[in-house]
Design a protein around this ligand. Structure first.
Ligand SMILES: C[S@@+](CC[C@H](N)C(=O)[O-])C[C@H]1O[C@@H](n2cnc3c(N)ncnc32)[C@H](O)[C@@H]1O
Length: 243
């Protein structure tokens, strides 16, 4: 499916001003694991956003660069201390539009699922494979799809509330396209703001098959950043692919 470039940047552009407030915390174990895999780097983050993960990695001595479609998210990154030290490319991360080869390419926080078709997701794997060093690793952090969340293909959940504020997530599920379409809605007394998110989830087996099409193989799969094994109870999966 061809998409207009603004469609990729839409999520980031809309959410850039509140992103760090909503999603501030990063698990230190994630930074430890990424730093260990990257060595001195350079590491490449796909969908780098405001640098929530990349900046702590840089502070650990890893050279990082990034790709993102949203100039507003990247402006947030560049305004932070150390942000100017991270080279960024504005573009579609399915193309991996950078030069060079990397010992670590990573895409975290379910961002891989922002590619809305199987073709785009396969293309991403194929382009990543071209940019990995021979012993390099491609790491994806994704959620485990949970169909029990939905009743008649819908889910509404309360995220936060107080006397003058309400935040809810309203979600529709399309099992044919494997799409989840959510509206994060934030209400204050002055009105509502909408932050739409579209994702195409993939099952672990589909991720592994996409990797194989790109000449990669599953090397490890963790159920969390503490590297506990992935099981049927795991809420997320962290998949590591190598050549
Ligand atoms: C949920 S944020 C994650 C940002 C960062 N990785 C983090 O963990 O905080 C997703 C980011 O991916 C970017 N993005 C989504 N689809 C993209 C695409 N096809 N190409 C490049 N960037 C994309 C968005 O602009 C946004 O900055």
């Amino acid at each position: 499916m061809d998409r207009h470039p603004t469609e990729y940047s839409d999520y980031g552009d809309r959410i850039a001003d509140i992103y760090d407030e909503w999603y501030e915390s990063v698990n230190p174990a994630a930074i430890d694991a990424l730093a260990e895999l990257a060595g001195p780097g350079p590491a490449l983050e796909l969908g780098i956003g405001t640098g929530r993960v990349a900046l702590p990695l840089l502070e650990r001595g890893v050279m990082v660069r990034g790709v993102d479609a949203s100039e507003k998210m990247l402006a947030r990154l560049q305004a932070k201390p150390g942000g100017y030290r991270i080279p960024v490319t504005v573009g579609d991360f399915a193309d991996v539009p950078v030069d060079g080869q990397y010992p670590l390419i990573y895409v975290v926080f379910n961002t891989f699922f922002a590619l809305l078709t199987q073709d785009e997701q396969v293309r991403c794997f194929q382009n990543v494979a071209q940019h990995l060093t021979d012993d390099g690793v491609f790491l994806l952090e994704t959620f485990m799809p949970d169909m029990t969340r939905f009743q008649r293909g819908q889910n509404i959940s309360l995220v936060a509330m107080d006397d003058g504020y309400l935040r809810i997530d309203v979600t529709q599920h399309d099992p044919v396209r494997q799409h989840i379409y959510s509206q994060h809605v934030a209400w204050t007394e002055s009105g509502a703001r909408f932050y739409p998110v579209r994702l195409r989830y993939a099952w672990p087996s589909e991720l592994d098959l996409m990797a194989r099409l790109a000449g990669l193989r599953l090397a490890e799969r963790w159920g969390d950043w503490d590297k506990r094994p992935f099981t049927a109870e795991s809420k997320k999966l962290i998949s590591l692919y190598r050549k």
